[in-house]
Design a protein around this ligand. Structure first.
Ligand code: GLY
Ligand code: MN
Ligand code: MN
Length: 460
């Protein structure tokens, strides 16, 4: 493990430029209420470079590769209450850094470390108050100018370098994402089967019963946290995009949309499945489900090295647009052809989100969605829905090792002209894809998507 992080630090150091220095804090402990804290989650950038999960830690990396760690000091009394601390002395060997000190010394040590450097890199947007702390550390360096001490004249956003590094996942990261995906898939199967089992037994099923199955599967397999707040949406709740698992009844004859997945060893997964609560799709449910599934198939086929990030979305939208006309969600005599539906974004009332996002340490992972070498190639267009002028840039060219979700959906709220059998149906199907040279590897298919296969596993 340490060698992976040391290699990453070396790659980052090589990009800091002559006299560059990087400051990387981990995440703060967050209070929940009164004296209870939220479960602690390290900062993803910090973890990427150290593998260290304790709070109160900092990495300072010089362009020559020299790494200094500041971490919580050993403190027997605090350790009795809060648990084991690695401490600076053991950190040098355990984390492979060049030196380590108590984080209590940070305000004394940082000015020294910043002396005679040229550019100071730190994350600009992810740590409130960090820029002010850097300024405070630079003040004593500036004050020593008359003694010939150089103060860095340039401040740069470290995320611009780390985002690019994190965008392409190495073999170790891909393996962790695969394992997270497999655990999450088992959670979805448990939830589907619980729903059918309880309904067949005539029991009162609530969304929280299904969430409990997910959480059980995640934790039982060693996952530390859900990767994001679980959505378990019964019936019409599926049309609320950011619905949370709550207490609504899960009724036979309705669909359940679950968007939930675990985080494992710092890496997310992200799965959505939509299934009939009692294990049997109705005709209208299956018709809409087949359409979303066909659009996801098109998105999968469009995902390969050399394709653009926007290609899976465009492929999914093309299928959805035609399907909305075929099923009568859209009236062709009013909106025209599928091409017109796409150009006017007439599908928007039923499909209002994008098909993909990067996924990795963060469920919505970092990394530019614009191809860096083509960022200057802009074109202006008028958004057909808002009427606003938008500037477009060529989207990212996919490379092997990038990881993205493929998650088309359809959400039908009652409206005039919308066939009644489709009202209140919300469907999304979401899998996580690792881009390969020839296509992509779906790491979340431990839970099926084919309607017959879902019905079969809910019968068992
Ligand atoms: N679960 C968050 C998302 O699908 O983007
Ligand atoms: Mn997602
Ligand atoms: Mn999701």
């Amino acid at each position: 493990m340490t060698s992976i992080h040391a290699q990453r630090r070396a790659r980052l150091a090589a990009q800091l430029g002559p006299g560059g220095i990087a400051i990387v804090p981990t995440a703060p402990v967050q209070a929940r209420n009164r004296d209870s804290d939220f479960p602690y989650r390290h900062d993803s950038y910090f973890h990427y470079l150290t593998g260290f999960t304790e709070p109160g830690a900092w990495l300072v990396l010089r362009a020559d590769g020299h790494a200094t760690l500041l971490c919580q000091p050993k403190d027997l009394e605090r350790e009795i209450w809060d648990g084991y601390r690695l401490g600076p002395e053991a950190a040098v060997a355990a984390l492979g850094v060049d030196e380590a000190h108590s984080s209590a010394e940070i305000d004394a040590r940082l000015p020294r470390l910043l002396e005679n450097t040229g550019t100071v890199w730190f994350p600009f947007a992810t740590h409130a108050g960090l820029a002010a702390r850097v300024e405070a550390w630079l003040a004593p360096v500036r004050a020593r100018a008359r003694q010939g001490v150089l103060c860095p004249a340039v401040q740069q956003d470290l995320c611009t370098l780390l985002d690019e590094m994190r965008l392409v996942k190495d073999a170790h990261e891909q393996d962790t994402i695969r394992r997270a995906g497999a655990i999450s898939a088992r959670g979805h199967i448990r939830a589907m089967q619980r729903s059918a089992r309880m309904l067949h037994a005539g029991e009162d099923v609530r969304e929280y019963h299904l969430e409990a199955e997910l959480l059980h599967a995640f934790r039982e397999a060693g996952s530390q946290f859900p990767a994001y707040t679980s959505i378990v949406a019964a019936g019409a709740n599926a049309c609320v995009l950011h619905y949370r698992a709550d207490a609504a009844p899960v009724r036979a004859g309705e669909l359940v949309l679950i968007d939930a997945a675990c985080e494992l060893d710092g890496y997310a997964s992200d799965i959505t499945r939509t299934f009939p609560a009692d294990g049997r799709f109705t005709g209208p449910q299956r018709a809409l489900y087949e359409l979303v599934l066909a659009s996801q198939r098109a998105a999968i086929a469009a995902t390969h090295a050399g394709a653009r990030f926007d290609d899976p979305h465009d492929a999914a939208v093309a299928v959805l647009a035609q399907g909305m006309l075929d099923l009568g969600l859209l009236d062709g005599s009013k909106v025209g052809s599928a091409q017109d539906v796409i150009e006017k974004r007439a599908y928007f009332p039923f499909y209002m989100h994008r098909t993909s996002h990067w996924m990795g340490m963060d469920v919505h992972d970092c990394g530019s969605y614009v191809e860096p070498g083509e960022a200057g190639q802009t074109s202006e267009a008028q958004d057909p829905v808002t009427g606003q002028t938008v500037t477009r840039r060529p989207s990212r060219i996919l490379q092997p090792g990038m990881v993205l979700t493929l998650e088309p959906g359809i959400y039908v709220r009652p409206a005039e002209g919308v066939p009644e059998p489709f009202h209140h149906i919300g469907i999304r199907i979401e899998d996580d894809a690792i881009v390969t040279g020839s296509g992509c590897e779906l790491v979340t298919r431990g839970v099926p998507v084919e309607p017959d296969e879902i019905e079969a596993l809910m019968r068992d």
